[in-house]
Write a protein that binds this ligand. Structure first.
Ligand code: HEC
Length: 197
């Protein structure tokens, strides 16, 4: 009686199916302090200090300048002598000694001041910050200028909303640093600077 055996088998199988439980528990509400701690952790992990924090060199070893964390390329800091070969694609990227300024085929760019000062991101809402990271447009403005290399916004474009929120809250909790970072320079402007030097 192969047919009966088969039917019995099916009904045995289906009786053993557990009803799928809705496993979604409500997300616990994160405190402001926990967001900030999380943001500090993520900012460290994502390497934002590499370019956005000026460096010091105690005993010749590179360290972050804790007195001006994430305050961007220091305004007026001396630039390395410009080698125009860095403007040609396929060569190398030239960086200032503290890695806050870079020259490449895109021109010269200065890591932004990410502290909550007028010269930094004080006026930025959380929405502006998240949109700029997601779209790669300056301040998240749809038709705005692209955010230039080497800012790795593309690494953050698909980050979880919660993570970007945490990074924003951490940045807003930093001591404000007065540092008006220069605007990016086009390759022609860099050539003119090099010739004028
Ligand atoms: C490799 C260097 C580098 C790293 C690493 C880096 N940045 Fe940047 N960032 C830059 C540079 C350079 C600019 C300025 C680009 C410009 O002027 O278009 C910038 C600009 C920005 C801006 C301004 C965006 C806008 O709308 O104009 C924000 C916000 C920012 N970075 C946040 C971060 C955060 C958060 C991290 C860590 C997750 C990070 N950056 C990591 C180099 C870097």
């Amino acid at each position: 009686m192969p047919v009966i055996i088969l039917i019995a088998g099916i009904s045995f199988y289906s009786c053993n199916q557990q009803p799928v439980k809705e496993a979604k528990a409500a997300e616990p509400v994160k405190s402001e302090e926990n967001y900030i701690l999380e943001g500090k952790y993520l900012t460290g992990l994502a390497g934002c200090h590499d370019c956005h924090t000026p460096k010091v060199f105690p005993e010749g070893v590179m360290a972050l300048d804790e007195s001006r964390l994430l305050s961007g390329a220091p305004a007026g800091a001396p630039l390395p002598s410009i080698d125009l070969k860095a403007l040609e694609p396929g060569n190398w990227v030239l960086m200032s000694g503290d890695l806050t300024t870079a020259i490449g085929p895109w021109g010269m760019t200065f890591a932004q001041n990410l502290t909550p000062h007028e010269t930094g991101i004080k006026g930025w809402t959380e929405e502006v910050f998240i949109k700029s990271m997601r779209t790669g447009k300056h301040m998240g403005v749809d038709q705005g200028r692209p955010i230039m290399p080497p800012m790795p916004w593309i690494n953050l474009a698909n980050a979880k909303e919660e993570d970007l929120k945490a990074i924003y809250k951490y940045l807003m909790s930093l001591p404000p640093v007065d540092n008006k970072v220069p605007d990016p320079k086009s390759p022609d402007e860099v050539r003119a600077m090099a010739e004028g030097a």
